[in-house]
Ligand binder design. Structure first.
Ligand code: G3P
Length: 220
């Protein structure tokens, strides 16, 4: 888990959907960095973003562990993979699912498909780590979308999650998010024992996304 990640969740921000998603992904695609840059997009935007941003990873925001057949409105992992997704978030604070949902999804996807399971706190991070996702991302819900990075507001939850995850499994990576905005926040996240950050508004709501992204990767 030596690689560093900057994962940008496009959510359903107006500035990061449809054509705007493609434009933001193009900017991310051209960044010069050793970090893994990931765009987490709406299922609708998956194919177009994959097509315009071949240098970055594109993940989906959610998947359902369903089989082919009668499942109207659900998101089948194989469809996401066929359309170019290399990973997914699951159990985001804004889209919680059951532990069984996550376990079944992990059983269903191929081993090289990245699954980043989100946790609200250290206890949830421990429970998720036992399922062996690729990453566990700790994001205190009350700090999501705010101006203070979790690394400043609550560094102990980040280092505590890193320690707890490592105690259970050396194979599960750790990310943190909520309020992350700049390179300083990213370097704090790395110092606190993570492999990188999961963020949204710091990029999607930025008046200059290129500048914000360059700042975010500046200390990696
Ligand atoms: O998925 C990332 C997200 O929940 C954090 O959002 O806006 O606080 O960076 P934000």
């Amino acid at each position: 888990m030596g690689e560093k990640l900057v994962v940008v969740n496009f959510k359903t921000y107006e500035e990061a959907h449809g054509l705007s998603a493609e434009n933001l992904a193009r900017i991310m695609n051209d960044l010069e960095t050793s970090a893994r840059i990931v765009a987490v997009v709406s299922a609708f935007d998956l194919s177009p973003v994959v097509n315009v941003a071949p240098n970055i990873e594109v993940w989906t925001q959610h998947l359902d562990p369903i089989q082919f057949g009668s499942n109207t409105g659900f998101l089948h992992p194989d469809t996401a993979i066929e359309r170019g997704a290399t990973g997914t978030l699951i159990n985001h604070a804004e889209h919680k699912v059951s532990i069984e949902h996550i376990a079944m999804l992990l059983d269903q996807v191929p081993e090289n498909f990245t699954v980043c399971a989100c946790a609200a706190d250290i206890e949830e991070a421990k429970a998720l780590t036992a399922l062996k996702p690729t990453y566990v991302a700790v994001e205190p819900p009350e700090l999501i979308g705010g101006d203070i990075s979790v690394t400043t507001a609550d560094p102990n939850i980040v280092s505590g999650t890193a320690d707890a995850v490592r105690e259970i499994s050396a194979d599960v990576g750790i990310l943190c998010g909520a309020g992350v905005k700049n390179g300083y926040d990213v370097s704090m996240a790395l110092d606190l024992g993570t492999s990188g950050v999961l963020l949204a508004s710091g990029v999607t709501k930025s008046s200059n996304p290129l500048e914000s992204l360059n700042d975010l990767i500046s200390k990696i």
